[in-house]
Design a protein. Sequence first.
Length: 729
Amino acid sequence: MVMGISALLHLSFLLLLLPTVALTANINLETSMRASEDSLPWISSSGEFAFGFRKLDENPDHFLLAIWFEKVPDKTIVWSANGNDPAWRGSQVKLTNNGALVLYDPQGKESWKRPEGNSKSSSAAMQDDGNFVLLDGNSKPIWQSFKEPTDTILPGQILDMPTHLTSRRTPGNYSDGRFQFRLQDDGNLVLYPISESTESIYAPYWASGTVNTKPQLVCDKAGYIYLKETQGTNRIFNLTNVDMSPMQNFYHLARIDYDGVFRQYSYSKEEKCNLSWRTVRKYPEDICFAITGNAVTEKMCEQLCREDCFCAAAIYNGNHCWKKKYPLSNGRSSTSVNRIALLKVPKDGAFRLFEEKKDQSTLILIVSVLLGSSVFLNIFLILAIFLAVYFSYHKWLLQSFSSVSGGNLRSYTYKELEEATGGFKQVLGKGAFGTVYKGVIRSDAKRFVAVKKLDKMEHEGEREFKTEVSVIGQTHHKNLVRLLGFCDEGEHRLLVYEYMSNGSLASFLFGISRPNWNQRVQIVLGIARGLMYLHEECSTQIIHCDIKPQNILLDECFTARISDFGLAKLLLADQTRAARTGIRGTIGYFAPEWFRKATITVKVDVYSFGVMLLEIICCKSSVAFSMGNQEEEALMDWIYECYKGKQLEKLTENDEEASNDMKRVERAVKVALWCIQEDASLRPSMKKVTQMLEGVIEVSVPPYPWNLVPLQVLVFIVNELFVIVHKES
Ligand SMILES: *[C@@H]1O[C@H](CO)[C@@H](O)[C@H](O)[C@H]1NC(C)=O
Ligand SMILES: *[C@@H]1O[C@H](CO)[C@@H](O)[C@H](O)[C@H]1NC(C)=O
Ligand SMILES: *[C@@H]1O[C@H](CO)[C@@H](O)[C@H](O)[C@H]1NC(C)=O
């Protein structure tokens, strides 16, 4: 009996451990890890830091071997081994039998190794301070990431001179960027721009002025950064001259950023919303004025740019010259700036002529090779192409399966979900595809979930379900509701999502208390970014097809999260038919293409977004508006009339906050009117929409959105629906 209970306890203990990540403070020889999404990183014993592979945004097959803050939601990277040389999927990092930490490419070739000499470690550890160490038999470090920094320093890190940090290329590109933070041989701490082509350094734009000293750069355990004499405790120079927030409530780091500014950041562990790294101190104070160009005349400035084939423009301020290359970035406007911009433009036709000639000769070459080769060679070529396509298709099939079974998604049994939802009792909502229930997964720290029970599907096979689920599972964005797992048992098909505590945008927007204008602006930006991600940034493009306030959920911080994406394809092989029969969504949000035999593209989502944007601006539901209005005027027409008649204040009546921000209101209305253009090709992409809303690019005057008289459109829609409803019943 006693034995039985203890065995049971053991079992439940093991079960508790299973879904969490194994904490590996010490790594033994022969331990290895592969570069893929589902490889488990090596985590420090407190769980604060992790060492492992991180997928890079630009290429889904590129991985960075890195150290990051495991508990910060965006998993901020603080160190990397191979920023200039990303590892391909399938690469492996291993603490070898010889006591070296080695990164192998997928062919097994060594591409990075520490320690570089012949010394051997007998174990490794990911420490709680963010330092990854290789230890000898006496637990003394023989190599540590703290002594080989990339662009970041952490509390507890001490650097001896000479040493340097190099900025990244861009926030998401970890290859060497254009700025360096150096502690030089002469004791001076200096910020330098580096030449891209020659890697030589230009004149410094900031220096501590501590020449002829012998300092160490210290970031102490409380996060204060200073230069101190190597021998002794005397501080020579304080970089942190403000009070740091206490370590128990804050994370700290300092980094030479891609824009050349050395910033010290802190991050609150306690705040739940509006999470971000906040700048505590920065050097130089204003980078725009810190970097001085060459002192020259205007004529010389022009000449400098002409001679440099990377130079696209030069800025001249009367005695200094700044050369700029594409893409021009990080600009800012200020009334106090008085400078001349010299732009380089190609001589007319010079480039085109060159390129045309090249294209033609390539074409001729290819054609002559094809014509000149023997019949056998052609057959061989066709066979080779066929085999290549066949194998890559199979590889793709395998991949999509393995990422469903492994990966970040959990597979649940029907029974588990029945228990989690208490027998499918509490209904959260009913959508086009099925009903959503509230549940709680007991094994997962009592996490609330939303379980969507999908309606019976007709033609869908096993493979389609798995493929679609794996595609949805691979989309991660802070403005999308995250899929946690699924259940696929016979006819039971369920999806398990994060639970969103603040309900849907529909109830928030059209409820009793109107959300404030700034909150609405943030929500709009969030939706735009989420849609942009679905359309342009995730590996498989996803058209949502059903954007409306009911499908936008709000999390505990009132961040907008798009739900129900990726389902159109999953449930209705013939999604076009579905929309055309009006099963899904409300008519008002449907783009005109749905009612014609036109191709469905991402622009249908842009249209629906536009309608919703108008609703968010004036907190009015387009459906309720046309029903409650005597003249049966549509919300869209009313807003267009207000815009044309320069009476936008009518939209924001009784909304003081919005009335005081009419510039932004007008911009949002203009963007919305572009989005609801009847001609899909006139509608902007979601990327452009986001940029216009952010104020990054100008919004031109939108044309009248409809080709047809609006009333006719309405009749047309109603007729079509009417016919179809008859057919269905
Ligand atoms: C990062 O930028 C460099 C230089 O522009 C480029 O060569 C490299 O391909 C980029 N890396 C990635 C992962 O895109
Ligand atoms: C740096 O700060 C410490 C602690 O606030 C102070 O004792 C020291 O005098 C400062 N040193 C310099 C050079 O400013
Ligand atoms: C969120 O943080 C930003 C910048 O740190 C601040 O400007 C903004 O007011 C904060 N918003 C809220 C709701 O606290």
